[in-house]
Design a protein around this ligand. Structure first.
Ligand code: GCO
Ligand code: MG
Length: 410
């Protein structure tokens, strides 16, 4: 029978950082959760959901996930974009959650069942210098991680992207890019200096930690096509699992040049949000891993469609999983990771401890892999009382300027 939607509420809370959560409740009282967190632009998605989507949902059958997705996408008329696609994603996740709860099955079972025992995850290590980075890598290895992303400050440039503050960065919860301290935080950047420094860092890491550990790196959209091609080539001896976001992705065609010069695997796409955004990247096999997330890419329904397309070109998933994806989005990602055939790796940037006071999760970590758990639905519950203790407060990502003052990609 139908499961009519009674209400759709938008919940905004800030345990350590801001999260936007959609809660859909059916007339029978079944509750589903969706993640709608768009870092630094949270309230735009909250308004889109509260003011423009929630009124449309009342009375619809929560079971009709595909039809609801198509209705929200097509009836908006205005296509794609992070705000729209995050809002639709939240509805989609909440409907899968409801369907699972009604069926008494975890969402991965509804998606076709498990294709593997768990999802390989990569953790983060960062440092102000190599000694600091080494401490951070050793901490991750002791926790059992088999894949680790390395970021290190470039000498003379201060702490920039990916570097947690202070020398005690072996601590697990110290990296959070969004800053509450002022709305216009700026960092300095010098791409040439960075590109000269980085290969030595990976040479050192292979020497210190051997050839087994999977190593990743994120260039965060900062290179020109030729710089990216050269960096990928310079990194080849160190066998990276991937080099992420080497160039800004507005021009996917520039990856043709990068590809001609390097076989370092390329991951791209955390700022993209639809299958159409990935069309050139996938059909020309310009990437190896799709970095899109469930939260920003139209939900489980749309990311699955995108990953099925990628699978035809031997391209795998590598879902974005920073702290600005809520535990609901993380759970949704893990259900999809477990079910799809072309799973590659899942990013896992563990949340601060207070996040667990608001979101009760059933996913679990062991030996470098994660499993979504076997609770019905997504397996996440939201605690309103705890959330009330963490009021929204604006936080923004930094911006980057080159040494001569020119604005750059952060
Ligand atoms: C990554 C990222 C993030 C982003 C962040 C922006 O995890 O690969 O690049 O840390 O910077 O999600 O909101
Ligand atoms: Mg990234």
């Amino acid at each position: 029978g139908a499961a009519r939607i009674r209400s759709a509420e938008v919940l905004v809370a800030s345990p350590s950082r801001n999260f936007v959560t959609l809660r859909i409740t059916t007339e029978d009282g079944v509750v589903g959760l969706g993640d709608a967190t768009l870092n630094g632009r949270e309230l735009a998605v909250a308004s889109y959901l509260r003011d423009h989507i929630a009124p449309l949902l009342a009375g619809l059958d929560a079971h009709r996930i595909e039809d609801t997705w198509q209705f929200l996408y097509r009836s908006a008329y205005w296509r794609r974009g992070p705000v729209t696609m995050s809002a639709i994603a939240a509805v989609d996740m909440a409907l899968w959650d409801i369907k699972g709860r009604i069926a008494g099955l975890p969402v991965y079972q509804l998606l076709g069942g498990a294709s593997r025992e768990g999802a390989l995850v990569y953790a983060h290590a960062s440092g102000a210098d190599l000694e600091d980075l080494g401490d951070s890598v050793r901490a991750r290895l002791e926790e059992g991680y088999r894949a680790i992303r390395l970021q290190v400050a470039v000498p003379g440039m201060g702490a920039g992207y990916g570097i947690s503050s202070g020398r005690a960065s072996g601590g697990r919860y110290t990296y959070e890019p969004a800053k509450r301290a002022g709305l216009r935080v700026e960092e300095g950047w010098d791409t040439a200096r960075y590109a000269r420094h980085l290969p030595g860092v990976f040479e050192w890491a292979r020497h210190e930690f051997g050839s087994e550990v999977m190593l990743l790196h994120d260039a965060h959209h900062r290179l020109t096509p030729t710089q990216a091609a050269r960096l990928g080539r310079d990194l080849e001896p160190y066998d990276l699992f991937w080099l992420e976001d080497c160039t800004p992705v507005e021009n996917p065609e520039v990856l043709r040049l990068v590809r001609q010069h390097t076989v370092t695997p390329i991951a791209i796409g955390e700022v993209l949000n639809s299958v159409w955004d990935f069309r050139t990247l996938i059909s020309e096999q310009l990437i190896d891993y799709v970095r899109a997330s469930v939260t920003h890419t139209g939900g489980i329904t749309h990311l699955r469609r995108l990953l099925d397309f990628a699978a035809q070109y031997q391209i795998k998933s590598g879902s974005h999983g920073p702290t600005d994806i809520s535990p609901v989005g993380m759970a949704a990602a893990l259900h999809l990771d477990l079910a799809i055939h072309n799973f590659g790796i899942q990013e896992y940037m563990a949340h601060a401890p207070e996040v667990a006071e608001v979101f009760r999760t059933s996913y679990r970590y062991a030996d470098g892999s994660m499993h979504p758990g076997d609770e019905p639905g997504l397996g996440v519950d939201y605690d309103d009382d705890a959330a009330a203790r963490f009021a929204y407060s604006p936080a923004y990502l930094p911006a980057a300027r080159l040494v001569d003052g020119t604005m750059h990609d952060w």
